[in-house]
Design a protein around this ligand. Structure first.
Ligand SMILES: [Ca+2]
Length: 289
């Protein structure tokens, strides 16, 4: 049997919360995210109707897709697509204006990395109806992905819990913001990002007060397997050493994975780290056939 894996960029709108200026009958705003071209949102006939999705986090939006309803498609003419962080829709920047779109057709609009938590579609003018079959938002999460993850490690030196490496505190003032294992064989630390991401880089911060060698030789591994506690996943980089209190960035060139591990594959070692940050592209789904 041939195993193939492929990647699909998830539509960030799918986990968003939708709203619109008014609901015509049962045509609520969520119908633009149900994956069905046979259902569509529908406002009342009104002045400046709008539809909005709250992505819940700030994204750098590369593109927006809009699928028009299968009939009466001329109603979409002149619709404005905006991206931004403001609840007042007119404060958000314009990505594109839809001049016209055929019935049932899907168009892709490039937004060039515009940053925002909200994607809004609105039609300026009186006596307008806004109706969308589907909407999609694709882009990168703007911040450190690690803060929404869960951390664990092979053993814990008293009080130096694994979570302290993802507490957004690089530990430069006090080393109580750092994680550390006991002295052991193959000490490791693992981050579960909870979703699969395409990781562009990992930033690791070493402790400042002493013992900076307790990072030396650590491998950064990224992948989706929990075999050997995730320590068999592909290597992004090996950390020769990081000076005291410094943060080093390691480029992973778009490795896909849910788990980010550090492991020192040696005997009688302690693994200590004060912070690990992960930056990358919004959720990626891996399917194996
Ligand atoms: Ca920390």
């Amino acid at each position: 049997m041939i195993k193939m894996s492929y990647l699909v960029l998830l539509n960030a709108a799918l986990w968003g919360k939708t709203s619109q200026s008014s609901n015509y009958l049962q045509s609520g705003p969520e119908l633009a995210l149900d994956g069905l071209l046979t259902s569509w949102t529908h406002t009342n006939t009104e002045t400046n109707p709008w539809w909005r999705v709250d992505l819940l986090k700030v994204y750098r939006v590369n593109r927006v897709t809009i699928t028009n309803r299968p009939g009466n498609g001329l109603r979409i003419n002149g619709a404005v697509i905006r991206i931004g962080n403001f609840l007042d829709i007119y404060n958000n920047r314009i990505c594109a204006v839809i001049s016209t779109l055929a019935d049932g057709a899907t168009a892709t609009f490039s937004c060039g990395g515009m940053e925002g938590r909200y994607m809004i579609v609105h039609i300026p003018g009186d006596q307008k109806i806004l109706s969308l079959s589907e909407a999609g938002v694709y882009g990168y999460l703007a911040g450190n992905l690690a803060v929404d993850g869960a951390a664990t490690q092979s053993s814990t030196f008293t009080g130096w819990f694994a979570e302290k490496a993802i507490d957004s505190n690089r530990g430069l003032q006090q080393n109580t913001a750092c994680a550390s294992t006991l002295n052991q064989t193959n000490p490791w630390w693992r981050l579960d990002l909870r979703h699969i991401y395409r990781v562009s880089r990992v930033v690791v911060t070493n402790r400042k007060d002493c013992c900076t060698e307790q990072m030396n030789g650590a491998e950064i591994r990224i992948g989706n397997s929990l075999e050997s506690n995730g320590n068999n996943n592909p290597i992004c980089a090996v950390i020769p050493a990081i000076p005291a209190g410094e943060s080093y960035s390691y480029s992973c060139g778009g490795m896909d994975g849910r788990y980010v591990n550090l492991i020192i594959p040696e005997d009688m070692k302690i693994l200590t780290l004060c912070e690990l940050e992960v930056y990358g592209e919004g959720s990626v789904l891996t399917t194996v056939q």
